[in-house]
Design a protein around this ligand. Structure first.
Ligand code: FAD
Length: 424
């Protein structure tokens, strides 16, 4: 059973939101809801990644991410000095560096006004968001707790404590599903709404490799390539990319059709493949490193998911990858998820959704107020689905189109209007 007495108890005068999934998007949404005065319960099935031994299991996906204007805007509005801390730990990338098959380099700046995206460490960013969320006294995070079922009409969730194998019934005024690509909240939502749902696995997989820092003449470590570019080696149906890390290494991601991965069976096959297609990258990664990383690191699948609606009445809304999973060629999955939070917040504000419970002891007045709250919240969530679906669908489609057109442009920054200026 869950003990709510530590921070949040059921006699609270505030409404309760249960957020499922303490990934990047769920953690940011916890901050937004807490700032607005909701009581926030955040449930996460994994261990707390701030506990050292739990980190490897979290890093099932990319080690670093391109953060761009959408994401930066949402982090900025989340308040305090969050965005300053994030950017102080990030590496600005002012353009793409194309590595041709002949070993030539072409810098393609993102804009003429110094626009850039930022390479951020996924685990560090999540830790920062969790630390920030936990600073609010109205936020309680439950790690190793899995959502199993939802009765949305009753406002009751069935949550399992994974360690103890026990289940608890949790009441919430609103459920926010931020539980990622294979979302349980979305599956539960499908039972109560006529959801249109589309899922597509693309033929490509990805594998992460690493370019270590190199030593200069003074014996100091430095980047092996220009750190202020997102490096891309486009090669027909496959490509290699590299994003800089703070420790002066680069994390490379090799995107290829599954058949191509399967065709590389031995270390000899691998080296021959790199000598043919990625001649300049091979010495940077190092033959020993590549042999180890390529065969040890998992080959991740890539999926695109679109669905609609994102909500049911005034009860539940899904955001982030739970609502839209996109292939990563635009570097926009997390950025869009962060923007979901910002837009949802704006719409809740426009509909005057106030989390304070009415404190009047007259039953009729209470009921009228309660009904108004519920109607306003339903309208707000409906507006959110209508408004958000168009943009999100467009980005999912564009990301797939990039893959089909030959994988040549990753992490395109947004228009000049929303540009972020390099170095600021
Ligand atoms: P997740 O990060 O998946 O978090 C969901 C959380 O919910 C998880 O912690 C999970 O454990 C938890 N959970 C799941 N089920 C339950 C349950 N039943 N009960 C409780 N908890 C549950 N995006 C960018 O913006 N820029 C990039 O450069 C970029 N690069 C990428 C590179 C690759 C190779 C890939 C695969 C993706 C990339 N993305 C990028 C996309 C980005 O990783 C995702 O969009 C982002 O992680 C989505 O965050 P989320 O919080 O919605 O979901």
């Amino acid at each position: 059973t869950i003990d709510f007495s530590q921070k949040i108890n059921s006699t609270s005068t505030r409404r309760r939101v249960a957020i499922i999934g303490a990934g990047l998007v769920g953690s940011l949404s916890a901050i937004y809801f807490a700032k607005r005065g909701w009581d926030v319960l955040l449930f996460e099935l994994r261990k707390d990644l701030r506990v050292p031994e739990s980190t490897p299991s979290y890093l099932h996906r990319s080690i670093n991410l391109a953060l761009s204007a959408r994401g930066i805007s949402a982090l900025r509005i989340a308040g305090s000095n969050l965005i300053d801390v994030v950017l102080s730990q990030a590496t600005p990338m002012k353009g793409r560096m194309i590595h041709t098959g002949e070993g030539k380099l072409h810098s393609q700046l993102y804009g003429t006004f110094g626009e850039c995206t930022y390479s951020v460490d996924r685990a560090k960013l999540l830790m920062l968001l969790l630390d920030n969320a936990e600073e609010f006294k109205n936020v309680k995070i439950y790690f190793e707790h899995r959502l199993k079922r939802c009765d949305f009409d009753a406002g009751v969730l069935d949550v399992e404590n994974i360690n103890e194998g026990t289940s608890s019934k949790i009441e919430a005024d609103l459920v926010v599903g931020a539980d990622g690509t294979y979302s349980t909240v979305r599956t539960q939502l499908m039972r109560v709404v006529r959801m249109n749902y589309q899922q597509e696995f693309i033929s490509h997989a990805y594998c992460e490799l690493r370019i270590p820092p190199k030593r200069n003449e003074k014996g100091e470590f430095e980047f092996a390539m220009d750190p202020h570019h997102l490096h891309i080696w486009p090669r027909h149906t496959f490509m290699l990319i590299a994003l800089p890390n703070l420790d002066k290494s680069f994390t490379c991601t090799l995107f290829m059709p599954y058949e191509q991965f399967d065709a590389i069976k031995t270390e000899g096959d691998l080296i021959a493949f790199f000598q043919l297609y990625y001649q300049d990258a091979l010495p940077l990664i190092g033959e020993q490193n590549i042999k180890k990383d390529y065969f040890l690191n998992p080959k991740g699948s890539l999926i695109s998911i679109k669905c609609s609606p994102y909500h049911y009445k005034d009860r539940v809304v899904i955001i982030g990858d739970a609502a839209h999973s996109m292939v990563p060629f635009f570097g926009q999955g997390m950025n869009c998820g962060f923007q979901d939070v910002e837009i949802l917040y704006e719409i809740l504000e426009q509909h005057n959704i106030n989390p304070e419970k009415p404190q009047i002891n007259n039953i009729n007045t209470d009921n009228t107020k309660e009904m108004k709250f519920r109607k306003d919240l339903e309208r707000a969530l409906d507006t959110y689905t209508q408004f958000r679906h168009i943009d999100v669908t467009a980005i999912c489609d564009l990301a797939i189109a990039k893959e089909i057109r030959g994988m040549v442009a990753l992490a395109v920054p947004e228009s000049h209007n929303s540009a972020v200026h390099y170095g600021k």
